[in-house]
Structure formats: C-alpha cells, structure tokens
Design a protein around this ligand. Structure first.
Ligand code: UD1
Length: 358
C-alpha cells in the first residue's frame, strides 16, 4: 500500500512522526508532501529532525498568504504531485488550510482520502479550523477519530459508516518524547529563568486572539498580570501582530521566547506550574503530562480535558487570573486520548478500508 501524507503546519509534523514510524514498521510505502505553509526552521525543520521524520518527497513551497491565496496555491500544486506519485490513499491531518487543500485536490482526482483527527468540533463557525475540519470530514472516505466524542460528532453528521475510532496520535508521540526526556539528562530550556516560584508556559497564536488589537491587548494585559513569570513561546503571527499594533509583549510577568523544538517544549511544560494557551495540541499535552491548563478560548474541541478538571476556559483578565491560581486538579487515571498506539490502528484501518473497496 502506498500512502501519501500531506502536511504543512507545525502540529501536523508532530502527528506525522508516529504515522511515518507505523507505516515503516508495517512495511508500507510512504510519500510525504510538505505544502510549505510553515517554513521557519523552528516551525518546520526542527520537527523533522528531532522526531526522526524522513525528508519530504515533495515540497510545494506555498508559504503564507490569505486563506484563499494560500489554499488555492496548494490546490494548484497538488494535481501534479498526485499524478506523479499515484498513491493508494491520501492521508490528511487535523484542521489547517493544508488539510483542506489536500483533501479537496485528492477527491477531485478520485484518490481515496483518509482524515486523521476527524470529528473534532468547536461549533464555532468563525474559526478557520472549524471550516477546514468539517469540510475535510465530509470529503474524506475514511474518518479516523481520536476520541469517542469525535465519533459521536461524525455519527450526528451522518458519517458513522466511514468512521473508525483509532485514538489520538499526538498521545503516541507525546508518551515517547516524555519518556525520552525523563530518561535523559535533557536540560529544561527554561532552566535559566529567575523564577523561584515557578513559571507558566504560554502560547497564543489563534486568529481570534491576535488579529484584532483590542483582543490581543486584553490577552497580553491578562498574562502580564500573572502571579509568576509567563513565558510566551511566541509564534511569528503573535510577534507580527503585536508589532503592527504597537503592543509590547515583554511587560509585567510576560516574557517572550522563541518557539521550542518538541522535546524542549515537553521538558518546559513538565517543569512548569501551568500552561496557558489557545493551541489545541498543547491543551491535550498539558493534560497528558498532568499539568494544569488555562485555555484562552470560548470553547475547546478537547472537552475531556475540561470535564476531568485539568483545563479551564478563560478569556477576561479576571477569568485568566483566577484560572491560573486555582487549586490543583484532582488526580485522574482517565485515558480519553488512547494508549499511545493510535498510529498503528490508523494504518491498519486504512489498509482494511482499501481492502474492502477492492
Ligand atoms: C496555522 C493553522 C492553525 C494551527 C497553526 C499551528 C490554518 C488556517 N491555521 O495557523 O490551525 O493551529 O498553524 O501553528 O491553517 N508565519 C511565519 N513563518 C512561518 C509560518 C507563518 O512567519 O513559517 C507567519 C506569517 O506572517 C503568516 C502567519 O504567521 O501569515 C500565519 O501563518 P499561517 O500558516 O497562515 O497560520 P498559523 O497562524 O500558523
């Protein structure tokens, strides 16, 4: 079986790592296409290097742009790549513009599409990720769901017949990297901080928190008022928007650093007093590492983190302050994101679906 993975943005490289490993172990052929949505070395190359992912077989080099320009450029390039490699199945990941473009181009040329991380919903139709994931699920031939809740959403939308619960592949990679970090003398990249009472790890990059100056200012002010240093691992979007709107990011408790490679991020989170973020992946990583998380959004796709008490949604300064200083959550052994073997199950589900088609 020849699988083509199409990836382009940071969280997709993390999800690609265990899939690439599982495909090699199962003896399948794997073609990797990088759309070029993320191109800074710290958002792209370091993940391939640190997570042992083979070099991409094709690079579309689309770069940044408005949604239409970026997605359209990917569509324009994908036809040639699909015709060149003729995969048995195109695997798309998550909810970025790269996901949607790859899914649309593949279905148009009648290549079977599998969607990894299918069925997540925020029900917030102003999020670009929500359009991307809904449209991709409905275009896909196979929806590989990470959680029971995701399976329920797919079922509600009439997609039960093509959905399989495989677990969450980010759990696979997180457990591997966590164990490697704990087993080694890997240094926490934030050890140099003068933070006798600990620190919080922060990431903020979503359009809804960064695009409007009033909103970005509110988030920055809330983080600056925290009771411990807040280390903002600043995505280029937040730096660019802050500069454009004249909002200083290094203020009060808030300190910016560059984004970290994956093992460094895990070490930093393990050493922290808490995480404050609008990233989907980091909410779940915090939960899996049992570090309390504060999510700067009005809703989350990873509802299990909230239900189990390890994540709290907070948007205003007061909400963020009280979320950061809340009592430690109750211990839980719950494992809503699987056992760390989701990638193997995803590969097997694709093989079975293709076999049933023949
Ligand atoms: C994208 C995804 C988002 C995901 C995030 C992970 C979409 C719609 N959004 O958001 O779901 O959570 O990736 O990080 O696909 N930029 C750089 N260097 C880069 C990439 C981007 O400087 O390598 C800057 C550019 O100014 C660019 C901006 O960041 O315009 C936004 O990048 P883009 O890829 O459009 O979206 P993200 O915010 O990264």
């Amino acid at each position: 079986m020849k699988i083509m993975s199409v990836v382009g943005a940071r969280p997709q490289f993390v999800k690609l790592a265990p899939i690439a490993q599982a495909l090699i172990t199962a003896g399948h052929e794997h073609v990797i296409v990088h759309t070029g949505q993320h191109y800074d070395p710290m958002l792209s190359d370091v993940f391939f290097h640190d997570l042992g992912i083979p070099e991409p077989d094709a690079h579309l080099g689309v770069g940044s742009g408005s949604h239409g320009v970026q997605t359209g450029a990917m569509l324009a390039h994908m036809d040639e790549v699909l015709e060149r490699f003729k995969p048995d199945c195109v695997l798309v990941y998550g909810d970025t513009n790269s996901t949607l473009a790859a899914a649309v181009s593949a279905v148009k040329l009648h290549f079977p599409v599998a969607h990894l991380e299918a069925g997540l919903r925020s029900f917030n139709r102003s999020m670009p990720e929500e359009h991307n994931r809904v449209l991709t699920d409905h275009a896909a031939d196979l929806c590989l769901a990470p959680t029971e809740v995701a399976v329920q959403h797919l079922s509600t939308e009439g997609l039960a017949g093509r959905s399989v619960l495989v677990g969450d592949v980010m759990t696979d990679v997180l457990f591997q990297v966590r164990d490697a970090v704990l087993a080694s003398d890997a240094v926490n990249p934030l050890d140099d901080l003068d933070a006798p009472h600990g620190y919080y790890v922060a990431t903020i990059h979503r359009a809804e928190n960064t695009n409007e100056p009033e909103r970005l200012r509110e988030v920055v002010e809330a983080l600056a008022a925290a009771d411990r240093p807040v280390i903002l691992l600043a995505h280029p979007r937040v730096r660019a928007k802050a500069e454009e709107h004249g909002i200083p990011l290094n203020t009060g408790a808030l300190v910016t650093r560059d984004p970290l490679p994956y093992p460094g991020l895990i070490a930093a989170v393990l050493g922290s007093a808490g995480v404050v973020t609008d990233s989907g992946g980091l909410q779940k990583e915090a939960f899996l590492l049992r570090i309390p998380c504060t999510t700067v959004r009005h809703e989350t796709e990873w509802v299990e983190t909230i239900d189990l008490g390890w994540n709290v949604l907070a948007n205003t300064t007061d909400q963020i302050t009280s979320a950061l200083t809340r009592p430690a959550p109750a211990h839980t052994d719950a494992a809503p994101y699987g056992d760390g073997h989701a990638a193997e199950r995803a590969v097997e589900a694709i093989r079975e679906a293709l076999a049933n088609q023949e």
